[in-house]
Design a binder for this molecule. Structure first.
Ligand code: ZN
Ligand code: ZN
Length: 283
């Protein structure tokens, strides 16, 4: 049984390449989940570009893309996803509607002159879109997906993917409550892996360092660890690192998170978590 999770972009807000981010990586949100024959991509941040190039090495691309929301750092990789420009590609995009337009409209807007030279309606791939709302459940073959609401300006969706008794929850761009978010705790209950927005330190969040981040729609490793504990997950992955956070600082937050929830790891580009029945391992 194959259940593989690979990280292609782990940064929040804006891509942050440079000498201080080489270990963790500078690309924005892009995660690949392979369940048996089914390939699911989580968000379309700048990490999607390299992922697309890699997919093309194995022939025609047939993927489902689950979008959390429409902020730039989660959709900007799509115009640079080379499989988009091939008629053999099947791309099914699932995500929320925007406040004043459809999800398809949002994707079209970022591929419009003068900001991009190719229009979305000109791409030759077999593109389909499906809007979902919090509480939705749907199947992709024998993979089961559940959707929940997150707390973020303009809205954001969390996804839980279940396949053959294993599960991953992707919950980024969300702000914690003063207690553990009961809806998210229910979604993540017993999951093997929880990928969670851990952009700020508690001091940054409270405004002890820089302006207060209350209401900005992001969370901390402290609240991620509390959620992981309450939901009884197998592993907590700190995700959506602040663009200003250096490699050393991310590793420091990973250490602090481990002090609160032992099975914590900071997401890095290239990290692979295998949940398959043959030799579960993380690298
Ligand atoms: Zn984001
Ligand atoms: Zn966002």
């Amino acid at each position: 049984m194959t259940f593989d999770i690979r990280f292609w972009g782990v940064r929040g807000s804006i891509a942050a390449p440079g000498p201080d981010t080489q270990l963790v990586g500078g690309n924005t949100s892009s995660v690949e989940v392979v369940c048996g024959q089914r390939r699911i991509l989580l968000d379309a941040g700048t990490g999607l570009r390299r992922l697309g190039d890699e997919l093309l090495k194995s022939g025609p691309v047939d993927v489902t893309l689950l979008l959390s929301h429409h902020h730039w750092d989660h959709i900007q990789g799509l115009p640079f996803f080379v499989p988009l420009y091939l008629p053999t590609t099947r791309l099914h995009v699932v995500g929320p509607a925007a406040e004043r337009c459809t999800m398809h409209d949002v994707l079209e807007h970022q591929m419009t002159s003068p900001v991009f030279p190719v229009r979305l309606d000109q791409v030759p791939c077999q593109l389909t879109t499906q809007e979902v709302s919090p509480g939705a459940r749907f199947d992709l073959g024998d993979v089961h997906v559940r959707v929940a609401k997150l707390n973020h300006p303009g809205g954001s969706l969390a996804y839980r993917i279940d396949y053959q008794g294993k599960s991953v929850v992707y919950a980024t761009d969300t702000e914690h409550y003063s207690c553990v978010d009961p809806m998210l705790c229910s979604l993540a209950e017993g999951a093997d892996v929880l990928i969670y927005d851990s952009q700020y330190t508690p001091a940054e969040y409270r405004g002890e360092i820089g302006p207060s981040k209350v209401g900005w729609g992001h969370s901390t490793y402290e609240d991620g660890a509390a959620l992981a504990q309450a939901a009884g997950v197998g592993r907590y992955v700190l995700f959506h690192h602040d663009p200003k956070r250096s490699d050393d600082q991310v590793l420091e937050l990973e250490t602090r998170a481990r002090g609160l929830f032992r099975a914590s790891v900071a997401a890095r580009e290239g990290m692979h978590i295998a949940l398959g029945s043959v030799g579960e391992a993380a690298a």
